[in-house]
Ligand binder design. Structure first.
Ligand code: PLP
Length: 395
């Protein structure tokens, strides 16, 4: 009989010729389970999604309850759907006062698209500034602001008038001028291999945007919801964006994204033309119900408070040769080794040992370590033991 794995390779579109091929039966907390019952500790959180752990009971309950009430009823923006209303209200309550209008979409890439369009509409300008090594999604607009030519070259022409600056280099900020509609930047660059900017840089970036009238779009799609030790990473830098991008972790495992701005900015999408951004499934009621349960859980269980302590333990246990560096902030960490071949060998061996780690799009010599925020001290110790033993045997 043909196996599920063979069917996957046969019928499902592939994104590389070397997929991990890990077959998942179920997931709970920080673990994924294979068909034989083997447990895998998920140290990447399904790529920065499962901050509250897989299948958190509060999220599962919210999904079930909402699915029984109603699922899709209309395109986004027409009907009053309580999960969208209540989730927007909750998000606004934890954000700076200026970020008071939430547009729910389906994904991170769609949040990027919506924000770029909004910035062009609000400013009447077309120049977009992004950063080398940035990742904001894989659709055409998002690809246009990606800071890595390798992934873009085959898809040109992309959006015109996109210019790149080096992340965390104040000298480049002069490229932001009075023609600039927006600067799009990750609060911490994720796919670049977890690059944390300096406070002074982020403040200078904010100042330059204010001076020129360019909107500052901060992408918190990976950093959002507690991962860095604050609910949002921009809080570390004492600034806030004009447009905030969220996705991944904000659905607790359900697909959802959002771009959030002031009412004044967001109102541009309302007319001339009307329907400035259209999405059928954006803000799906089941995803919004899951998202609200996720945020409530993070706050009620005080998950963010423990992140710093857990980061410190990871750093202590992982900071030993041949690991060259432990980088990042909170539970958005990585370990730097030397070559992609070593990264692949370590990932493969760790998987055999029941630990999931992975590499980064723009940095294939480092391994990402971004577990659910719920990981416990004994689990951190066990994970680090396996990782350090594996790295020592391979590097
Ligand atoms: N922005 C950042 C910083 C991301 O890490 C990602 C996904 O990895 C995206 C945007 C795109 O999100 P999505 O895959 O939901 O389109």
């Amino acid at each position: 009989m043909i196996s599920l794995r063979q069917l996957f390779l046969l019928n499902n579109a592939q994104t590389s010729s070397t997929p991990r091929l890990l077959e998942i039966e179920r997931a709970e907390g920080i673990y994924l389970f294979g068909p034989s019952g083997k447990a895998y500790m998920d140290l990447v959180s399904g790529f920065a999604v499962s901050n509250v752990g897989h299948c958190h009971p509060a999220v599962v309950k919210a999904v079930k309850d909402q699915a029984e009430r109603y699922m899709h009823v209309a395109v986004y923006g027409e009907y009053v759907q309580s999960p969208q209303v209540l989730y927007a209200e909750k998000l606004i309550s934890v954000l700076p006062a200026a970020l008071n209008s939430v547009y729910f979409v389906n994904s991170g890439a769609e949040a990027t698209e919506g924000a770029l369009k909004l910035a062009k509409r609000f400013t009447g300008r077309s120049k977009i500034v992004s950063c080398y090594q940035a990742y904001h999604g894989s659709t055409h607009g998002a690809l246009s602001v990606m800071g890595n030519e390798y992934y873009k070259q085959a898809y040109r022409p992309l959006l015109p008038n996109v210019h790149f600056i080096h992340f965390n280099e104040s000298a480049d900020l002069d490229l932001i001028d009075h023609d600039t509609a927006c600067v799009i930047v990750e609060s911490i660059q994720g796919e670049a291999g977890v690059r944390v900017p300096e406070n002074a840089y982020m403040q200078a970036l904010r100042k330059r945007c204010d001076e020129t009238g360019a909107l500052l779009i901060m992408d918190e799609i990976q950093t959002g919801f507690g991962r860095t030790g604050k609910l949002f990473a921009f809080e570390h830098f004492g600034i806030h964006p004009d447009i905030l991008l969220l996705a991944k972790g904000i659905g607790g495992g359900m697909p959802i994204g959002a771009f959030i701005a002031s009412r004044e900015i967001m109102d541009c999408l309302k007319d001339n033309p009307i329907l400035g951004h259209i999405t059928t499934f954006g803000g799906h009621p089941v995803s919004c119900a899951a998202g609200l349960a996720t945020l409530n859980t993070i706050l009620e269980e005080n998950m963010v408070a423990e992140v710093g302590k857990k980061e410190a333990l990871f750093r202590t246990l992982l900071s030993k040769p041949p690991i060259r560096e432990v980088r990042g902030m909170g539970l958005m960490l990585c370990i730097q080794i030397d070559t992609f071949a070593q990264v692949e060998a370590v990932s493969k061996k760790c998987l055999e040992e029941g630990i999931i780690v992975d590499w980064f799009l723009h940095c294939d010599t480092a391994l990402r370590i971004a577990p659910p925020l719920t990981i416990t001290e004994p689990e951190i110790r066990e994970a680090c033991r396996i990782i350090t033993e594996t790295v020592a045997a391979i590097v």
